[in-house]
Design a protein around this ligand. Structure first.
Ligand SMILES: NC(=O)c1ccc[n+]([C@@H]2O[C@H](COP(=O)([O-])OP(=O)(O)OC[C@H]3O[C@@H](n4cnc5c(N)ncnc54)[C@H](OP(=O)(O)O)[C@@H]3O)[C@@H](O)[C@H]2O)c1
Length: 250
């Protein structure tokens, strides 16, 4: 039975990943952040829907939650075919904004951005990577949503220190994980994905200078990213793909 797990499932891109994963996988765990009223000790909560969708309330930075979910899936199915981490932060309602200049740098915001954008992928990998198995010829896939602005070689505009650095560090985690996976778990491809500028809550405040044809719907960008995932070979392990299938310099 084919199993997928999507983290950040309440986000613009994450929600669309859940929809399109349901067209491909028998069971899809849609993992999103719990409401502030939830009691962390009783999480993760899993609610089964009748179409194979499993709605999961989980704090992606809480190792007990991640271990609990990984154990449940391991006991029930013994493997996972696809994991996507679509969690991410660029700004928040508490005043966190991408820096225009170095004087805007704020350590608390930097730490928050790194936890969500970088550490979440390492923590998910810590608990789920050994579950990624696929018996057919196609590899199992671990995909993390990165961003072109995380490429150090491609940095021409500057600004956005914390977000850029968090995605550059995420890229290093993805690359390092791909090397470990090639040794340990030979039928898995670990990749980073740049969705293109996509019309979501995250990009909303920064869309005014984007040409209409360069601003994608979540449906379009996720369809393009699934084209990449559906056609991955093991040789693609450790690559950073843009939405159109081209590779980006790390
Ligand atoms: N949209 C773009 O143009 C674009 C471009 C390049 C890369 N990306 C990347 O694509 C990924 C998805 O972004 P998106 O556009 O779908 O943005 P989004 O709609 O804002 O979704 C972001 C997701 O991250 C979760 N999240 C944010 N802060 C969190 C926190 N403190 N704790 C736990 N979860 C948190 C959100 O949960 P809630 O729903 O509960 O807030 C949501 O599920 C991100 O990694 C982003 O960096 C997006």
């Amino acid at each position: 039975m084919s199993i997928a797990i999507i983290f950040g499932a309440n986000g613009g891109i994450g929600q669309e990943f859940v929809k399109q994963a349901l067209e491909r996988h028998a069971v899809v765990y849609a993992c999103s952040r719990p409401s502030e009223q939830s009691d962390a000790k009783t999480l993760p909560h899993i609610k089964a829907m009748d179409n194979g969708l499993q709605l999961v309330d989980i704090d992606v930075l809480n190792e007990d939650h991640l271990k609990n979910l990984a154990d449940k899936i391991s006991n029930q199915y013994g493997h996972v075919d696809l994991i996507v981490n679509a969690t991410g932060i660029l700004h928040d309602p508490n005043g966190l904004q991408p820096e225009k200049k170095i004087e805007d740098f704020n350590l608390d915001n930097f730490n928050k951005v790194f936890q969500i954008n970088t550490a979440s992928t390492a923590l998910i990998a810590k608990y789920f990577i050994s579950l990624l198995k696929k018996s057919e010829s196609m590899p199992a896939v671990f995909a993390s949503l990165s961003a072109r602005v995380g490429s150090i070689g491609d940095n021409q505009l500057g600004g956005w220190y914390s977000y850029r650095a968090s995605k550059a560090a995420l890229n290093q985690i993805v690359k390092t994980l791909s090397i470990e996976v090639a040794r340990r778990n030979k039928n898995t491809a670990v990749i980073a994905l740049h969705p293109g500028t996509t019309d979501t809550k995250l990009s909303k405040p920064f869309q005014q200078n984007v040409k209409p044809e360069k601003l994608f719907s979540a449906y379009y960008s996720v369809s393009k990213m699934f084209q990449i995932i559906d056609n991955l070979f093991l040789e693609d392990n450790g690559k950073f793909f843009a939405w159109d299938g081209s590779t980006i310099e790390w």
